[in-house]
Write a protein that binds this ligand. Structure first.
Ligand SMILES: *Cc1c(COP(=O)(O)O)cnc(C)c1O
Length: 459
């Protein structure tokens, strides 16, 4: 295994900067209370370093901005659509493209087309919007990720792998006809940005072929996954990230993409498929939910920025710096003794809130509490990925996820190494006073995706 932290310095320089506000403890205390102790409800103006998400927060390159000026804003047949179609074919290898306003727009259309009421959708760990669309289409998600993924201490390098024994049991129990597809995420977000191995994908392809079951790829962070394959999987150290990305996609039948992550744009997404019938249906449906099939809710300029961003996202130097920065922060936290999910993932650091605040029960929302405390300390905004994000089962009971995490998501090409130092030092300060920290109670709970808008009060 090659060391992966060496020489991660950025392959770009700054041409423009955005000034940010520095806040006082009193200002932060007030802002947090007004936000109901939910970091999603803070005003971004009151945030110093924003690690809420890596979604739509990337810095675009000068080439992408120049591409914005080439927007062809025709209602139908924009040339930017055809450029995007070419790039998706060339880099990912998928045949048919339907642009959407973002990832969940693609999930909505794909779920509606492929899932029938009573279907089972196995996946390598749930993702919030993905599972919700599967459920709204009448399906039921079943987790088939390997057990290691649920254990934040386990250092297995490919915790995004599918447990084929779990999948086989589902196929035997429900029958292959009840399983429209296996839902595979690369860089499994909810497990901490953990990759799936190429070998596991190949094995999964062989298995699903036997039963004639599709694999649908949530390719939101496919380039980051490819980087881990290059660094950690035998036989890939001499392949480029670009080659690995294409090989990953070749084992799947279609994909949904949130281009707001890997693809370095502020808005955009798409659905792809290699099946003509699915494409036809999607082309009909996109008109209802997103817009015409050659723009899918996007401006021509957005599609152009996306096409350029996709090409930049599979550049080896870009990915080495991107993941290198995340690893830099993670190693700093580990050296400070802060409990984080291991191995360090591709898009952020996930602090284990159960270990950080062992005196709180999961019903006291330890991860929500910790995210609030970190904001209070330094103005660094993180987010909860625990019981609040997990939501409720269709029968109304809470899910109690094993992982109760605070996510420090690193935007791409936005912050410097000095910012990483500030983040780690602030977390260490909160760690120093952890025993005095009390939990929260939920005082307002939205019906869907509650983590976005729930409100809390101090116990
Ligand atoms: C962000 C994300 C989505 C949803 O995409 P949006 O663009 O936010 O709608 C789906 N899957 C994964 C893994 C994601 O991270």
């Amino acid at each position: 295994m090659k060391p992966i932290t060496n020489s991660w310095a950025e392959p770009y320089k700054m041409k423009m900067v955005e000034l940010i506000k520095m806040t006082t403890p009193a200002q932060r205390k007030k802002a947090l209370k007004e936000a109901g102790y939910n970091t999603f409800l803070l005003k971004s103006e009151d945030v110093y370093i924003d690690l809420l998400t890596d979604s739509g927060t990337s810095a675009m390159s000068d080439r992408q901005w120049a591409g914005m000026m080439l927007g062809d804003e025709a209602y139908a047949g924009s040339k930017n659509y055809y450029h995007l179609e070419d790039v998706v074919k060339e880099i990912y290898g998928y045949k048919y493209l339907i642009p959407t306003h973002q990832g969940r727009g693609a999930e909505n259309i794909l779920s509606k087309i492929l899932i029938k009421k009573g279907d089972i959708v196995p996946g390598n760990m749930y993702f919030t919007t993905t599972r919700l669309h599967q459920e709204l289409a009448g399906g039921r998600f079943e987790d088939v990720v390997i057990d290691e993924a649920h254990d934040p201490e386990n250092e297995f390098p490919f915790k995004g792998n599918v447990d084929l024994i779990k999948l086989d049991k589902l196929v035997k129990k429900y029958g292959a006809s009840k399983i429209p597809y296996v839902s595979i995420a690369t860089s499994v977000n909810m497990a901490g940005g953990q990759p799936i191995s190429m070998q596991n994908l190949k094995d999964l392809r062989a298995f699903t072929k036997k039963y004639n079951i599709r694999i649908i790829h949530d390719m939101t962070r496919v380039a980051e996954n490819a980087y881990f394959i290059q660094q950690k999987e035998k036989g890939f150290s001499n392949k480029s990230v670009r080659e690995i990305v294409k090989e990953i996609c070749s084992y799947t039948d279609g994909a949904t993409m949130s281009a707001k992550k890997d693809a370095l744009v502020n808005i955009g997404g798409f659905m792809t498929t290699n099946e003509w019938e699915v494409f036809e249906e999607a082309r009909n449906m996109v008109v209802v939910y997103e817009g015409l099939h050659t723009y899918g809710g996007l401006a021509g300029r957005d599609m152009e920025a996306m096409a350029i961003g996709i090409s930049e996202s599979v550049d080896d130097d870009h990915i080495r710096a991107r993941v290198g920065q995340v690893i830099y922060l993670g190693e700093k936290m580990i050296n400070y003794g802060i409990p984080i999910v291991k191995p360090i993932g591709g898009h952020g650091i996930f602090v284990d809130a159960k270990k950080f605040l062992p005196h709180l029960s999961q019903d006291d929302f330890p991860a929500q509490t910790l995210a609030a405390e970190i904001y209070l300390d330094s103005g660094v905004r993180t987010m909860e990925r625990g019981i609040v994000s997990a939501g409720r089962k269709p029968n109304g009971d809470n899910y109690y996820p094993k992982l109760e995490l605070v996510r420090f998501t690193i935007p791409r090409r936005v912050y410097t190494q000095a910012h990483m130092d500030v983040i780690a030092e602030s977390t260490l300060r909160v760690y120093g006073r952890r025993e005095k920290i009390k939990g929260l109670k939920m005082v307002y709970e939205p019906k869907y995706l509650r983590f976005f808008q729930a409100r809390f009060a101090k116990i």
